[in-house]
Design a protein around this ligand. Structure first.
Ligand code: ATP
Ligand code: MG
Length: 411
């Protein structure tokens, strides 16, 4: 005989209780003296991620945050699951510190889980785990577990207690600040809250790598702005649209950003006309670093970020990476430096940038690409090639004519 699960009306009293999100964080909790600053950023970022819901309140309670809003808890949970710094989230029922009330909330949670995940199952392994942080509560946590089991089991004949290997675990958190009952933990992205570690400028191409590098930088708490080099008419407006779409994808993880679109045609044409063909890509990249450094200084971004990875293409040998980086005035971070392509693709799919990266639109680096690019570039040879260009004035012109787009759009 399969489990007889009471219908929602039978558990309706529980539906009248308050629901909330419990948001946990891990790395921030390990911080010392500046922990409060990280918590404040997380608090602000959660409010911003939930700003489309009405009456949101966020309360910090000893190493976790409690969120209430006038909205379905499940929808709030999926928005909060995109906030860096969050390690896990539970949708919880808030109740009174009273065994009968806790039992009622627990039955509602169990009923919902059985309906969603175990319909038709004859036997489901189960346990109750109580955390009695409110020491005034008259019984200890072991006794609470037993008494709550006694209130839950008779309603659901399919449940069988299994302390070591439960499929359904109802957790009760009883604290001086309140009592919560929950039974699932949704994973958050981890890391540190965006804007807690400083501002960075990511060189964003239309490819797979640089959006992933941006995401990983956001995960380490950087607020990331973007710069993209655009060679119109050698590449068409679809390349520009693709970059904009990619920034929009990344806004799910960081709600505000700026994209700088740099006209790159005059520089590429000058390099094509005046410099050795083998050095073209390396010189394009050096010009990108030079211009990006200027923009970074203006925008108070402390570092540049690229999607480079050792050995991926000719411009990413150790020699060429060294020659390219030498043109930057600010440090260059490369989160993907040791990733292989498959690892990057897997992550791109997970974070929702892969599909856009796959849209057909050429990158400016493919314009006038030489047949035999230099593999072991030398800094003195790059300097000699650049001495044939009016490089500083070309770069200043590029910065002057850069288009600056705000996300979300400013009204
Ligand atoms: P991606 O690396 O993003 O998949 P890709 O593979 O086409 O794109 P690469 O040739 O690997 O590009 O370029 C290495 C890095 O140089 C990119 O990850 C990006 O940071 C930067 N880059 C390349 N082209 C551009 C561009 N048009 N605008 C801004 N940055 C660029
Ligand atoms: Mg690449």
């Amino acid at each position: 005989m399969s489990c007889n699960i009471p219908n929602p009306e039978e558990l309706s009293a529980a539906a009248n209780l308050g629901s909330a999100l419990i948001v946990r964080y891990h790395e921030i909790a390990l911080k010392g003296g500046n922990r409060a600053m990280f918590e404040k950023k997380l608090d602000l970022n959660l409010r911003s991620a939930l700003s489309s819901f009405s009456q949101v309140s966020v309360r910090r309670i000893r190493g976790r945050m409690l969120i209430r809003a006038d909205a379905p808890a499940k929808r709030m949970a999926s928005a909060a699951a995109k906030v860096f710094g969050v390690s896990s989230i539970s949708t919880a029922i808030e109740t009174e510190p009273d065994l009968e009330a806790i039992g009622e909330a627990a039955r509602a949670q169990v009923g919902e889980i059985l309906r969603r995940h175990f319909a038709g199952r004859e036997l489901v392994r189960f346990r109750v785990t109580s955390n009695r942080a409110e020491k005034k509560f008259p019984i200890c946590s072991t006794e609470m577990n037993q008494q709550l089991g006694g209130l839950i089991l008779p309603k659901f004949p399919c449940l069988k207690v299994s302390l070591n290997n439960p499929e359904v675990e109802v957790e009760v958190d009883l604290r001086p600040e309140g009592t919560w009952v929950f039974s699932e933990r949704l994973s958050g992205p981890g890391g540190l809250p965006v804007s807690s570690t400083g501002r960075a400028l990511c060189l964003l191409s239309g490819g797979i790598d640089s959006p992933v590098a941006s995401w990983l930088s956001m995960k380490r708490g950087m607020r990331v702005d973007f710069v993209s080099f655009y060679s119109f008419p050698h590449v068409g407006p679809q390349t520009r649209d693709k970059i904009i779409r990619q920034v929009e994808n990344l806004m799910k993880w960081q709600p505000k950003s700026i994209l700088h679109i740099v006209p790159f045609t005059p520089i590429q044409e000058a390099i094509r006309d005046l410099c050795p063909a083998a050095y073209r890509t390396v010189l394009y990249r050096r010009a990108m670093q030079r211009i990006s450094s200027k923009i970074a200084k203006r925008m108070k971004c402390k570092v540049l970020i690229t999607g480079e990875s050792v050995g991926q293409v000719a411009s990413q040998t150790l020699n060429n990476l060294t020659v390219i980086e030498e043109a930057s005035y600010v440090p260059v971070l490369r989160p993907l430096i040791t990733f292989d392509k498959q690892e990057t693709i897997d992550l791109a799919r997970k974070i929702g940038t892969f599909e856009t990266s796959n849209l057909p639109a050429p990158d400016c680096c493919t314009v006038f690409q030489p047949e035999h690019p230099v593999i072991y570039g030398q800094i003195d040879e790059a300097h000699a090639a650049e001495s044939l260009l009016e490089l500083e004035s070309l770069c200043m012109d590029a910065v002057r004519t850069t288009e600056k787009l705000h996300f979300p759009e400013r009204t």
